[in-house]
Design a protein around this ligand. Structure first.
Ligand code: ADP
Ligand code: ASP
Ligand code: MG
Length: 417
């Protein structure tokens, strides 16, 4: 019997009608003979609503209590789906993350999965039940409820698929696959039939919301066959592949963006060994995610360091950096929380030059100032003021001909090495 994990996101379970529609889909897969584990998100908007309630009481509420609160959204949808399945004559059981022992570390609001008790789920499956699991949540070794970060139900699903060695993990969402960029801001964006794990990882980590980054990491590490599909219409979706095909790879596969960025600069830091670690050590101890880091050439024995953080963590990061600056006798700390990040991603970059030049000239032609640049083997990422975000993404999508299908055309403008 084929074992499949299906995950339905917030919009897909956003109302009683949608939950009934999911029940129909699950029932169809069940009747085909598939053994099913279904992972659900909270109804769309619910997690934000819960966070807003907490903010009314205390914007600095403890992260432990935040997790107790925000994990409730998923408990509602799993129970409703189990009822909808039972109504259709299908035996189903819902479980919270703690009940199926999704064991995580204790970093509230961004916990990492350490282990899953697959035996318990298997037992239900063997008895012909559909197992419905709350996404986004787990439990630490002391029994505290934890959550996996926004969009974390994707990670629950892929981790579940890895633990159960499922045949496939299907991520059902409100788009019919992974696109060349977010179709909400570029209507000409094109659905990709397939994309490599490597590229998907870069796109996700650079902000393509369609899959949470950790879920792609899990898929890569445990070679989980992963597909993104629409819960609203039938279609092939996008397959996340583990092998790079022999065919010519497109130069650029996709563009990701993140408008929730901020940058911080510490000026006049002594230019000597150990300074970077004195700056980034405490930031890392506070679990702040640092992304791009730029250090200037030293002058007069001092240097400046700029880095980006998530906008939500900007106040905390700035406060900590001011303390660090005091200890290091640095001149000043300045920051800007109106930054957006845009990244172009493609394995084809490995064998072609001229990609960065084309990216920069495209932005120059639109009068967009680039504030930061960072690269990896298959990615070029830039920081710009967030008011230019949509203009920049549209211009780049066009410049790299992503709406076109022909690979050759996309290779134009970049010379072979
Ligand atoms: P769910 O609630 O199902 O988890 P999300 O809102 O988290 O759904 O993710 C789906 C959304 O991701 C889409 O509606 C789309 O706006 C956005 N998105 C961003 N980049 C991409 C991309 N490259 N391809 C498809 N969707 C994308
Ligand atoms: N409900 C959570 C969120 O809104 C998790 C998820 O939807 O994946 O982030
Ligand atoms: Mg999501």
């Amino acid at each position: 019997m084929v074992l499949v994990v299906e995950k339905y996101g917030g919009t897909s379970v956003g109302s009683v009608e949608r939950i009934n529609a999911v029940a129909e889909r699950v029932a169809a897969s069940h009747q085909k003979g598939e053994r099913l584990v279904v992972v659900l998100s909270a109804m769309s908007g619910e997690t934000n609503r819960l966070i807003a309630l907490a903010n009314e009481i205390d914007p600095q509420a403890s992260s432990r209590e935040m997790d107790v609160l925000v994990s409730t959204g998923e408990q509602v949808t799993i129970a409703l789906l189990a009822m909808a399945l039972q109504k259709r004559g299908i035996e189903a059981r819902s479980y919270t993350g703690g009940q199926v022992q999704i064991l995580t570390d204790s970093v509230h609001s961004k916990a990492r999965i350490l282990d899953i008790d697959a035996a318990r789920v298997r037992k239900d499956l063997e008895q012909g039940r559909v197992v419905v699991v709350a996404g986004f949540q787990g439990v630490d070794k002391d029994g505290n409820i934890t959550t996996l970060g926004r969009g974390g139900s994707d990670t629950t699903a892929v981790a579940m698929a890895a633990a159960l060695q499922a045949e496939e993990c299907r991520i059902f969402t409100d788009v019919d696959g992974v696109y060349t960029t977010d179709p909400r801001i570029v209507p000409e964006a094109r659905r990709l039939d397939r994309i490599t794990v490597e590229e998907m990882l870069e796109l996700a980590s650079q902000g393509a919301k369609v899959l949470q980054t950790r879920s792609v990491e899990f898929a890569g590490k445990y070679r989980v066959p992963l597909r993104v599909l629409s819960s609203f219409e039938d279609g092939p979706g996008t397959l996340i592949t583990h092998e790079v095909s022999d065919m010519e790879q497109p130069l650029i596969s996709g563009i990701a963006y993140n408008r929730d960025e901020a940058k911080l600069t510490i000026r006049g830091v002594p230019d000597q060994p150990g300074v970077a670690s004195q700056i980034f050590g405490p930031l890392s101890d506070a679990h702040l995610n640092i992304d791009m880091i730029i250090q200037n050439v030293a002058q007069d024995g001092t240097t400046d360091l700029t880095f980006t953080v998530n906008r939500g963590e900007y106040p905390q990061a700035k406060k900590l950096l001011v303390e660090i600056a005091g200890q290091l006798n640095a001149r000043e700390v300045v920051g800007d929380d109106t930054l957006a990040k845009i990244a172009i991603v493609g394995v084809g970059m490995r064998s072609h030059s001229g990609v960065a030049a084309k990216m920069f000239s495209t932005l120059a032609a639109e009068g967009i100032n680039i504030e930061l640049i960072s690269t990896s083997e298959i990615k070029i990422s830039i920081g710009v003021n967030d008011k230019y975000l949509e203009l920049a993404v549209r211009a780049l999508h066009k410049a790299f001909d992503l709406q076109e299908k022909a690979t050759e055309e996309r290779l134009e403008g970049a010379k072979d090495d």
